[in-house]
Write a protein of this length. Structure first.
Length: 78
């Protein structure tokens, strides 16, 4: 899986939800989108990148959503 492409897509999702003034709702929106529209292997690849410390290009909103919703995002089977 091309991690650079996943980072780019995740950052686009983050950019969309960054317009939300409430950061709690913005993080939940990112997590909901990743849950509904990304395959589990895509989310797992993004977490592997995040855990390795090599996802510096990932937006802070996306990183925060990944940390906050890790259990839910990795538990979903889709």
């Amino acid at each position: 899986m091309n991690v650079e492409h996943l980072i780019q897509m995740a950052n686009q999702i983050g950019a969309y939800f960054s317009a939300e003034p409430d950061p709690v709702i913005a993080r939940a929106g990112v997590a909901e989108h990743l849950t509904r529209f990304w395959e589990k292997r895509m989310r797992e690849s993004l977490y592997a990148c995040l855990d390795s410390g090599e996802c510096g290009r990932l937006s802070s909103l996306v990183k925060e959503a990944l940390v906050e919703y890790r259990g839910r995002l990795l538990a979903q089977s889709k």
